[in-house]
Every structure is written in structure tokens, then in C-alpha cells.
Design a protein around this ligand. Structure first.
Ligand code: DOR
Ligand code: ZN
Length: 425
């Protein structure tokens, strides 16, 4: 195996030092390291972070390989600084059996760009009627620990309770897409002043908040772990704050787009801004940012949702919800949080790795630790050109925006997947 000496690099914002990688692990961290056999990567001006971990990625394979594949999504992830992603179950067929989750896991290994950890569906076909074979998915080679019907809410409270009870045996997690379907029928965007003006059916904040409130009570009752996907409202933050204060085993994520964009984007009628949950108000954005800093929201997760051109470049009402996220997440975090490297490492690497139980990920570079890390140039600014993205889809809401930060290199178990900002496979 190869060795790399990253010279003069700031590890998570600290004073510059050298990092030596050998045989897949960090061999040493310290100033003036000497390793004649190693390939030198000049880290001057760069920040080394533990490789980013995304708890919420849609890779679209099997079924919609025109929009993304495990390989293309893995490449997008590596270019975004990620070393591990959790692949959501709303594929076709749905990842609701040991066979499908093993297929996704194997495709991830073959691509070899990031660790792909499949998420299993909670219910058969995401239909919300019968529990999927959670135990078989947990026991499979993919070792599934997170289950989610994401894209759909597990709306039936009895089913949600049973799912929480089932996964308790192996300390699994139910990741809920919190959306009371009876309150969002026909919804096109956030319900509020802008939706009223545009005459579009609204998606009320309470549709999210009501499910989170119910689910924290169910998780508390059962004693199981609940994870709340893409929290988008100030009211949800308050429900989570109270639940955490009571000691409920709940974690929560926020997406980069909900930290940056508001429902006023819908005024353009450009479906690139259509997403589920919808973009909310400036007050919600402010509450989400504060909650992320405070820790009421534990992590940033991308909800990377690639869609083919025909599913996105059409009338708003017919467009699929979702936005690309993997290749821009770190830049948005830097824009929103500033160079708070320890906070960024905590919310985008250490905590998501811990929640998902991904061994060897989310660890700061230190001797003996698997060399999963990313190098960021915080001074660089780049203009997002959709055609230059590695994703097979083009639905980024940041097209032609100039964003701070650039991923220079990503290492997966000591081997670069990205160098000089370019993917190596
Ligand atoms: O906007 C979204 N897109 N939200 C989801 O929950 C699902 C996702 C998708 O699969 O496209
Ligand atoms: Zn989602």
C-alpha cells in the first residue's frame, strides 16, 4: 500500500502540522515528519477534516440509473469530501429485502469511492402497511441499522410503534420522514404568505411538527432510537428541544438547502426549488441555524436527490421534489457557519458516523486511526456549473452561484479518491 505525507496542514483548524498516512491508517501527526518513501501532498493553507459522512443520500440504483448510480453518486460524494454515505431505500425495487440492500452494498464496494451503507425500508414497498423484513436486512452482509421509508412518512402510529420495538433488539434506528399525509394532500410548497400569493397549495409546518411530536412520544414509550430526517421548521426545533431535555433517544438532521434557501425562491416557479419538505421562511432558516449550532439538531445531511431532466424541467406541479447536495454541502456549511471547523467536523462527520455506527469513520486524524479524511481549501471560491458536476443529474439549486471552499483531496482508508479536486476513478 502507498504512503502519503500531507505537509503543513491544519487539522480541524489547529496550527499547521504534517500528517503521515501509511498502510491505510494515519501513521503519525506532527511537525517536520520525514518519510522519503511517501508521496507529498502540499497541505499549505488547507484544513484536514475527518471524512464527511452523509446520513441521507439518494443513489437511485436500482431502478433510476438514468438519474444516478451507486458509482456516480459515490463519485459525487468523494468530490464533496465524503468517505461514507447512507443510501436511502426508495429505489425501484425498494430496498426492503436482504437481497436489495446487499446489492446496493456490493455496488458500493465495487465503486470503491466511499463506503455505501444501505438504509432499509421500514415497510414493504414503502406502502406503509406491513413491516419489511427488518431482521433479515440487519443480519445481511449489508448489516443494516437504519430503516426509513424516506420520501414517505410511516404515518400509521401502530406500525411506527412496532417498527421502533422491532429495531430495539439490535439498537437499530427508525429514521422518519415527518409528514402527516392528510395535512399535505396536493401540497406544492410551504404554506404561508408566499403560497397564498402564488395560489399554490401549501404544506403546513404543523404537518411535520405533529409527526415529530407523536414519534418522540412513541420512541420514549418504547425506549428506542428515533432519527428525524430533514427538519425544516422552527416549531420542529422546539419539539426536539423538549424531547431531548427529557432524555428521549432522538437525533435530527437538517439539509444544507434548508439552512440557506427560503420559500421566496418559489416565486421564480423554477422547479429546481421544489423539495420535500419544502423550503420554509427566513424565521425557520434562522431557527434551524441556531439549533444546529446549539446541538438540538445533531447533524447536516444532504438529502442528495438526483432527478432526471424530464422529472425536473417541467411545470412546477408535475416536477419531482428534490435537489442535489453532495458536491456542495461543505461549501454551504462554510457559508452558513463560517470557518468553525470543529463544529463542521462534529455536525458533518463525527456525529453522523456515531449515529450510523460506521466504524473507522468520523475520527480525527491521529496515529492508528483509519485514514478517512478530506482536505479543504477554505480560501478558494468556486462558481457552480451544473454540467461540471459528477452526479448524473443537474438539479442543483446553486447553479452559477459562487460559494466558498473547495475539496482538494479525499482519502478513503489511506488511498486518495480525489486529488487536486479531481476524482481518481
Ligand atoms: O425532496 C425530496 N426528495 N424529499 C424526499 O423525502 C425524497 C427525495 C427523493 O427521493 O427524491
Ligand atoms: Zn428525503
Amino acid at each position: 500500500m502507498s504512503s502519503y505525507l500531507i505537509s503543513n496542514v491544519s487539522v480541524v483548524g489547529a496550527a499547521p502540522t504534517d500528517v503521515l498516512i501509511r498502510d491505510g491508517v494515519v501513521a503519525a501527526v506532527g511537525a517536520g515528519l520525514d518519510a522519503p518513501e511517501a508521496t507529498v501532498v502540499d497541505g499549505t493553507g488547507l484544513v484536514a477534516l475527518p471524512g464527511l459522512v452523509d446520513l441521507h443520500t439518494h443513489l437511485r440504483e436500482p431502478g433510476r440509473e438514468d438519474a444516478e448510480t451507486v458509482e456516480s453518486g459515490s463519485r459525487a460524494a468523494a468530490l464533496g469530501g465524503y468517505t461514507a454515505v447512507c443510501a436511502m431505500a426508495n429505489t425501484s425495487p425498494v430496498a426492503d429485502t436482504a437481497g436489495v440492500v446487499e446489492q446496493v452494498w456490493r455496488l458500493g464496494r465495487e465503486a470503491g469511492l466511499v463506503d455505501v451503507q444501505p438504509v432499509g425500508a421500514v415497510t414493504v414497498g414503502l406502502a406503509g402497511e406491513h413491516l419489511a423484513e427488518l431482521g433479515a436486512m440487519a443480519d445481511s452482509a449489508a448489516r443494516v441499522r437504519i430503516f426509513s421509508d424516506d420520501g414517505h412518512c410511516v404515518a400509521d402510529p401502530r406500525l411506527m410503534r412496532r417498527a421502533l420495538e422491532y429495531v430495539k433488539a439490535f439498537d437499530g434506528i427508525i429514521a422518519q420522514h415527518a409528514e402527516e399525509p392528510r395535512l399535505t394532500e396536493g401540497a406544492q410548497m410551504h404554506e404561508g404568505e408566499v403560497s397564498t400569493r402564488l395560489g399554490l397549495t401549501g404544506w403546513p409546518a404543523v404537518a411535520e411538527e405533529a409527526i415529530i411530536a407523536r414519534d418522540v412520544l412513541l420512541a420514549e414509550h418504547v425506549g428506542s432510537r428515533l432519527h428525524v430526517c430533514h427538519v425544516s421548521t422552527a416549531g420542529s426545533v422546539e419539539v426536539l428541544r423538549q424531547a431531548k431535555a427529557r432524555g428521549v433517544r432522538v437525533t435530527a438532521e437538517v439539509t444544507p438547502h434548508h439552512l440557506l434557501l427560503t420559500d421566496s425562491r418559489a416565486e421564480t416557479y423554477d422547479p429546481v426549488y421544489k423539495v420535500n419538505p419544502p423550503l420554509r421562511t427566513a424565521a425557520d432558516v434562522a431557527a434551524l441555524r441556531a439549533a444546529l449550532v446549539e446541538g438540538v439538531i445533531d447533524i447536516v445531511a444532504t438529502d442528495h436527490a438526483p432527478h432526471a431532466v424530464e422529472d425536473k424541467e417541467c411545470e412546477w406541479a408535475y416536477a419531482r421534489p428534490g435537489m442535489l447536495g453532495l458536491e456542495t454541502a461543505l461549501s454551504i456549511a462554510l457559508d452558513v457557519l463560517g470557518p468553525q471547523w470543529d463544529l463542521i467536523a462534529e455536525r458533518m462527520s463525527r456525529t453522523p458516523a456515531r449515529i450510523a455506527g460506521l466504524e473507522g469513520h468520523g475520527l480525527d486524524p491521529a496515529p492508528g486511526v483509519p485514514a478517512n479524511l478530506t482536505l479543504v481549501d477554505p480560501a478558494a471560491r468556486r462558481t457552480i456549473e451544473p454540467a461540471e458536476l459528477a452526479s448524473r443529474s443537474r438539479n442543483t439549486p446553486y447553479a452559477r452561484m459562487t460559494l466558498p471552499g473547495r475539496i482538494v483531496a479525499t482519502f478513503l482508508r489511506g488511498e486518495p479518491t480525489v486529488l487536486d479536486g479531481k476524482a481518481l476513478k
